[in-house]
Design a protein around this ligand. Structure first.
Ligand SMILES: [Zn+2]
Length: 438
């Protein structure tokens, strides 16, 4: 291995960079969340004038309470996640776990001890993380969502989901991890290029399998039975020059009252899926408008572009990991003693996956901005192929049903929001003031 200093970067400098980035991102997140909470609370008592005719005060106040409850919970969770990250890295948690797993792995047959140790380490890490995360997720579902009337998940469904997720994660994740770890061992200094190829192929395979194999494990999909709506939707798709392998209704109401519509899969596996919760709330014209919006994303190639971005970013990520993994300072600087008698690749993967989001957080607003631009484009497309009045009323209904706030803090919204705030979004639709529903 090269010396602990890499191009003049010492382990101590890496420690410092992580500490600074973590503190800076925490401060920024706390500042943004407290702005959001304050802004929403200040505007709780009056519906904005543009929406006064269409949104009742009670719905507006419910949205404010929901937004604030989620933001406060987010702050607590944030503090916990930061402490956990410090615990794993600089305070020595991963180093400790690694020591135990190394000892455990000594009982494995020598032939596959190295791989067995690494897969055990990854599994132990994921399981511990999952257990620590569980109370937070359960609280979010059974307390916050429940309190606002959104939760429809039974404890039984929740536990079943957990086990299915675990099983699926093991079936898909372990072979993928083993393949990448093997490449890191045998493919030479350019292993990261091969690993990226495997990763990319795996992502594409997941997208192909998701609609027909994975999603049905969690939800029921039934062909859209409403003939009138079906005819309408098919006519829209024909107008837009779009073909898909069927229209389906998903029992989203099994878990949540939040409604949605989406396309899943690509190529021959492409499907249009409506949540049953969406169909129960919207008129046929509104459903058509929502679907036209989704078609807009396709026509503007937003999904393809996002995938291209994702693949480019992961190529950069793998290249960076390829560079860092061979540098002892990467481990030492993040609180882990590199192994002498066993491969370090699993350690490198874990450290990398923990640390990258800390630095990646700072580019959030760029991607949020790009995403909001896409939403405006999709809305514009929808308005040329469906009635803009229908899109307007559909968006308002969905907004109200999801208890989205009409008065987000502008700075918070521009940093995080993947969709434009309702006032901007409705204001951009052709030919009306934001809230008019007539
Ligand atoms: Zn959209």
């Amino acid at each position: 291995m090269p010396s602990p200093s890499l191009f003049g970067v010492t382990p101590g400098a890496l420690t410092l960079a992580l500490a600074i980035a973590l503190v800076a991102s925490l401060l920024l997140k706390f500042w943004l969340a407290s702005r959001q909470i304050r802004h929403v609370a200040q505007h709780r008592d009056a519906v904005p004038p543009d929406f006064a005719a269409s949104v009742p005060l009670a719905a507006h106040q419910k949205a404010a309470a929901y937004t604030i409850a989620r933001a406060r919970f987010g702050l607590l969770n944030l503090a916990f996640s930061a402490a956990l990250l410090m615990g794993w890295t600089l305070l020595g948690g991963l180093d400790l776990l690694n020591g135990w797993v190394l000892q455990l792995a000594e009982h494995l047959p020598a032939d596959w001890r190295a791989m067995g140790y690494q897969l055990l380490l990854l599994t132990a890490f994921v399981l511990i993380g999952g257990v620590l995360d569980l109370p937070w997720e359960a609280y979010s579902t059974f307390r916050i969502e429940q309190a606002f009337g959104f939760n429809r998940t039974s404890v039984q469904t929740y536990v079943a989901d957990l086990f299915k997720g675990l099983l699926l994660g093991a079936l898909l994740g372990l072979p993928l991890a083993a393949l990448i770890l093997w490449l890191m061992q045998v493919a030479g200094p350019r292993w990261w290029l091969w690993a990226w190829g495997v990763w990319t192929g795996f992502q594409l395979l997941l997208m192909l399998l998701y609609p027909t194999v994975i999603a049905p494990l969690f939800n029921k999909f039934t062909p859209l039975a409403d003939e009138a709506l079906k005819a309408r939707v098919e006519a829209l798709m024909q107008r837009c020059g779009f073909a898909s392998k069927g229209l389906f209704v998903m029992d989203g109401s099994k878990r949540s009252a939040h409604g949605n519509a989406f396309f899943s899969g690509f190529g021959p596996a492409k499907r249009v899926v409506f949540f049953d919760t969406l169909l129960s709330k919207l008129q046929p014209g509104e459903v058509e408008a929502v679907l036209a919006h989704e078609l807009g994303h396709f026509k503007h190639k937003h999904i393809t572009k996002r995938m291209a971005w994702m693949f480019a970013a992961s190529l950069g990520g793998f290249a960076l990991l390829g560079w860092l993994a061979s540098w002892p300072g990467f481990y030492l600087g993040l609180g882990v003693q590199p192994n002498l008698g066993a491969p370090n690749d699993a350690l490198a993967l874990l450290l990398f996956l923990m640390v990258v989001p800390v630095f990646g957080f700072f580019v959030t607003p760029i991607f949020a901005q790009l995403s909001r631009r896409d939403e405006f484009q999709a809305d514009a497309f929808a308005c040329t192929h469906a009635r803009s009045q229908d899109l307007r009323s559909a968006l308002l209904k969905l907004h109200e049903d999801n208890a989205g706030t009409l008065t987000p803090d502008p700075v918070y919204a521009s940093f995080y929001y993947s969709h434009p705030p309702a006032s901007e979004r409705l204001g951009a639709l052709p030919g009306a003031t934001a809230g008019a529903t007539a």
